[in-house]
Design a protein around this ligand. Structure first.
Ligand SMILES: [Zn+2]
Length: 276
């Protein structure tokens, strides 16, 4: 918990140090902010260190990102060593995918769907736009809250709620729908089937409904409107011709090899920063 406070206040100092104001965030500031946030996050969250897994996730992420309008960013991908199903994007192209996502993805296109979605948040500068709508100093705190679980901790949320206003808005439903739509096209541009996006969301929904699994619940807390979004993806899929769908990749040996390594890792450490 104290580490969570530290993250919040360090982020506050960071925003001040970078001179970020409500006036606008340049790409250079965006990248710098992402890098510094990333350094903080890596002190807080355990990462999977396995080289094969990391290389695979970076190769797949870069394959997708290189077909977007922000191919010029230095995209980096990390795997957080937690069973909680989630993923998040930092400004500037640094993306964290939780081990829980890799554990539940049965095919390459399912993992690609999640990554395509997160990549689209960066392409559309969603966190930057959120920052631009806020008052300067609150930006870093809100960003730390948006990007990690720390604000689901009641005490941390209270501590950060300094000005009496809730400043830790998550991405809006509109942002999420845009990230799905963009992510759908991002994976297709990379030659990957967008069907995995649908099957992965359906799988999470089924798991949530059956077992109320807390590892899955955090996904639904961070990604509201999953049922509507599934319908949206189905609508987009219906517009892709059967022959085009058949021409896209759904799975690879490299994915399955990576997946076997994930399943052979020692158990993930228990999370300490999630809500109560
Ligand atoms: Zn999202």
């Amino acid at each position: 918990m104290q580490r969570s406070y530290a993250a919040g206040f360090a982020a506050l100092g960071l925003a001040v140090a970078l001179g970020i104001s409500a006036c606008g965030v340049s790409q250079q500031q965006e990248v710098q902010l992402g890098q510094q946030e990333s350094a903080q996050i890596q002190q807080q969250l355990p990462l999977v260190q396995d080289a094969v897994i990391n290389q695979y996730v970076n190769a797949l992420g870069n394959q997708i990102a290189s077909h977007t309008s922000r191919a010029d960013l230095q995209w980096q991908f990390y795997v957080v060593n937690t069973d909680v199903v989630n993923a998040f994007a930092l400004p500037g192209g640094i993306i964290y995918v939780n081990r829980g996502v890799l554990e539940r993805a049965d095919r390459m296109d399912e993992l690609a769907g999640v990554m395509g979605h997160e990549i689209e948040h960066v392409v559309r500068r969603h966190s930057v736009k959120q920052m631009e709508q806020m008052q300067g100093a609150n930006v870093g705190v809100a960003l730390a809250c948006t990007l990690t679980n720390i604000c689901s901790n009641q005490a941390a949320a209270t501590a950060i709620n300094v000005g009496g206003t809730a400043i830790f808005a998550k991405f809006s439903r509109t942002d999420e729908v845009q990230a799905d739509e963009g992510g759908f096209h991002n994976v297709m541009s990379a030659g990957i089937s967008p069907n995995g996006m649908l099957t992965f969301f359906q799988k999470l929904l089924a798991e949530e409904q059956q077992s109320n699994n807390s590892n899955v619940s955090s996904w639904f807390a961070d990604h509201p409107g999953t049922q509507d979004r599934i319908a949206d993806i189905q609508r987009m899929l219906a517009q892709v011709s059967a022959s085009q769908l058949r021409s896209l990749t759904t799975d690879t040996q490299a994915f399955q090899q990576m997946k076997r390594r994930v399943m052979s890792l020692p158990p993930a450490p228990r999370q300490t920063t999630s809500g109560q």
